[in-house]
Design a protein around this ligand. Structure first.
Ligand code: PGA
Length: 207
């Protein structure tokens, strides 16, 4: 499964850790592939996606899944993206993704087409600021690596997680606006098994 980071999945991960602790579930046999990662942040930076996933989910599990992080520390970015894409090419059963304020999915920022591949991307100013202001990055990252829309749409199933009133307008646009690269999340509607898991404030604007 592909797993995201960011503020959205926190409650899901906390619940999973509790359930794993009580034996109600286990991710011990799962293979996890990270959705995206910053380029240029040092290992263990609090905003790093791998750091966050470890902190919020993996470290709390008794039986760890096998985790494919993005190799930004030991490969150059283009090679790290290619290596990650090779992992994704084996096939993703479940892609869990969040929704950016600008409609991005992973770091598939506006401008990303339906076939956008796994690649190094230049982050939008908004995504850069989120890294420092909200996620506590030690420096503003300029770029990132993301699984492509192509790999996400090739997954067997997609769950889009959306929380909070601040996401209501972009969720409405993603689900009810035109399918276009201006809102990459709108491409998710092409998938036959897309499940949108939104809380009430996020879903408030939907028709
Ligand atoms: P958030 O980020 O979960 O922190 O709101 C989601 C995203 O930008 O994809």
């Amino acid at each position: 499964m592909c797993l995201p980071t960011g503020d959205t999945p926190g409650p899901v991960y906390r619940r999973l850790v509790r359930m794993a602790g009580s034996g109600a579930t286990s991710l011990g046999r799962a293979t996890v592939i990270l959705l995206d990662e910053y380029v240029g942040l040092p290992p263990a930076d609090p905003a790093r996606c791998d750091t966050r996933l470890d902190r919020e989910l993996i470290s709390g599990l008794h039986r760890s899944p096998s985790v494919h992080r993005i190799r930004v520390d030991d490969l150059d970015p283009v090679a790290a993206a290619a290596a990650h894409d090779l992992v994704a090419a084996a096939g993703i059963d479940l892609a869990v993704v969040g929704l950016g304020m600008n409609g991005h999915v992973g770091f598939n920022e506006p401008g990303s087409g339906v076939e956008a591949p796994t690649r190094v991307v230049t982050l939008t100013p908004g995504s850069r600021q989120v890294a420092t202001a909200r996620y506590g990055a030690s420096a503003e990252p300029l770029s990132g690596i993301t699984l492509g829309m192509d790999r996400l749409l090739a997954s067997r199933e997609i769950w889009l997680l959306v929380r909070g009133a601040t996401k209501a307008a972009i969720l409405k646009r993603a689900l009810e606006g035109p399918q276009s690269a201006e809102c990459p999340a709108s491409w998710l509607r092409r998938h036959p098994r897309l499940t949108v898991l939104a809380d009430e404030p996020a879903a408030a604007g939907l028709g």
